[in-house]
Design a protein around this ligand. Structure first.
Ligand code: UDP
Ligand code: MG
Length: 323
C-alpha cells in the first residue's frame, strides 16, 4: 500500500510568501502521487504559529479551495520548534510519513522525491542537508557554520548543515511522542530516537518573500538551547577547569609559603587584583551555566503543554477515513 504523506509547514507572519509557496507544495504532492510514490489523499498541513498578520485567513482560504490543504493554528506564538512539533504530533496518527519544511521556499522542494525514495527503500528518517550556502550572506554562512561546530564540540550531536527539513515516518513519531521535554531542539533529538536514517543533499535558495525571523541573537539562543538541552558537557568542562585551577592553586600556595619563609614577599597589588578579577569572572560564568540548567529543569518539572491547538480547518476524525 502506498504511504500517505503530510508535509508539515510552520508559518509565522508569512502572508507575503505563503501564496507563492503553497501552490508549489501542492504541485509537489501531485507529482509524487502521480509518480505512484504516495497516496492521492496526502496533505499539506500549515501550522499557524500565532501569526499577527493574515497568515491564518490565507490558510483557511487555501483549505477551502483545495482539500489537499489543511491547517491548524496554535493558540499563540510559541516559536518554530513548537510549531513543527505541533504539526508532527497532529499528523502522526493520520499519515505514514511526514516531511517538515519551512514555508519560505528556501529549502528545495525537489529533494522530497529523493526523501520519499529513501523511505520506500527502508529508511525511517531522512535528513535534508544543505550542499552549499552560496545564497546566504558571508555573515550568515560563517555564523551558521560556527553554530554546527559549536554544537558538536559541546556534545550536542547534530547532522551537519541539517535544519528542520526532514522526512520522518509515523512509526518514529509514535516513539518520539514519548520524548516529553519542553526544551525542544528537534534536529538534535531525532538522532536520539534511532531507526534507520540517511541524508539527502539539496541547494538552499534565497527566501522567496518576506524576511527571516532568525537574526544572530535568535541563532545564538538556539545554539545555547541546543547545547544545554542535549548535553551536560559545559558543566563537565567547568568541573575539569575547576580541577585544573585547584591544582594550580595548590602549587601557588606552596610557592607562597616558601617565599614567605625565605622572606621574599613583596606587596603585589596588581597580581592580586588580576587574580581576583579573573576568578570572580570564572565563578560568575560557571554559576550562570549551572543556572541555565536549573532553569531548564524548572521549565521541565512544570510539564506545561508544548503546544495548544486552538483551531483546525478540518474535523479531527480524519483518522478513521485513513484506516
Ligand atoms: N517560524 C515559526 N515561528 C516563529 C518563527 C518562525 O513558525 O516564531 C517559521 C517561519 O514561518 C518559517 C520557519 O519557521 O517557516 C523558519 O523561519 P525563517 O525562515 O524566518 O528562519 P531562517 O530560514 O531565516 O533561519
Ligand atoms: Mg527561512
Amino acid at each position: 500500500m502506498l504511504p500517505r504523506l503530510i508535509i508539515v509547514v510552520p508559518c509565522y507572519n508569512e502572508q507575503e510568501v505563503l501564496p507563492v509557496t503553497a501552490p508549489m507544495f501542492l504541485e509537489k504532492l501531485k507529482q509524487l502521487s502521480e509518480a505512484g510514490k504516495i497516496t492521492d489523499n496526502s496533505r499539506v498541513m500549515f501550522v499557524n504559529d500565532g501569526s499577527k498578520d493574515d497568515t491564518w485567513s490565507i490558510i483557511e482560504r487555501l483549505s477551502e479551495e483545495d482539500e489537499h490543504y489543511i491547517g491548524i493554528s496554535q493558540s499563540r506564538n510559541r516559536g518554530h520548534q513548537n510549531a513543527v512539533l505541533a504539526g508532527l504530533m497532529e499528523a502522526k496518527d493520520i499519515c505514514d510519513i511526514t516531511i517538515s519544511i519551512d514555508c519560505d521556499g528556501q529549502d528545495d522542494i525537489n529533494a522530497m522525491d529523493r526523501m520519499v525514495d529513501e523511505y520506500l527503500g527502508g529508511c525511517e528518517i531522512v535528513y535534508g542537508v544543505r550542499s552549499s550556502r552560496k545564497t546566504d550572506t558571508f555573515f550568515k554562512r560563517t555564523t551558521a557554520q560556527g553554530f554546527y561546530k559549536l554544537l558538536n564540540a559541546m556534545g550536542a550531536e547534530v547532522v551537519y548543515n541539517h535544519a528542520d527539513y526532514r522526512l520522518v515516518s509515523s512509526r518514529v513519531l509514535q516513539e518520539f511522542a514519548n520524548y516529553k521535554e519542553v526544551n525542544l531542539f528537534l534536529r538534535g533529538m531525532f538522532p536520539l530516537v534511532g531507526f534507520k536514517s540517511t541524508s539527502v543533499t539539496y541547494e538552499r535558495n534565497e527566501r522567496l518573500a518576506g524576511k527571516s525571523h532568525y537574526p544572530l541573537s535568535k541563532m545564538l539562543n538556539l545554539a545555547f538551547d541546543g547545547i544545554t538541552s542535549l548535553s551536560i558537557k559545559p558543566i563537565k568542562m567547568i568541573f575539569s577547569f575547576g580541577m585544573f585551577v585547584a591544582v594550580l592553586s595548590f602549587i601557588g600556595v606552596i610557592w607562597a609559603i616558601i617565599e614567605q619563609i625565605i622572606g621574599n614577599t613583596v606587596s603585589g597589588w596588581a597580581s592580586t587584583v588580576c587574580i581576583l578579577c579573573f576568578f570572580s569572572g570564572v565563578q560568575l560564568i560557571s554559576i550562570g551555566v549551572i543556572g541555565e540548567y536549573i532553569g531548564k529543569m524548572y521549565m521541565e518539572v512544570k510539564q506545561r503543554p508544548r503546544y495548544i491547538i486552538s483551531e483546525r480547518t478540518y474535523e479531527r476524525q480524519e483518522k478513521s477515513n485513513h484506516e
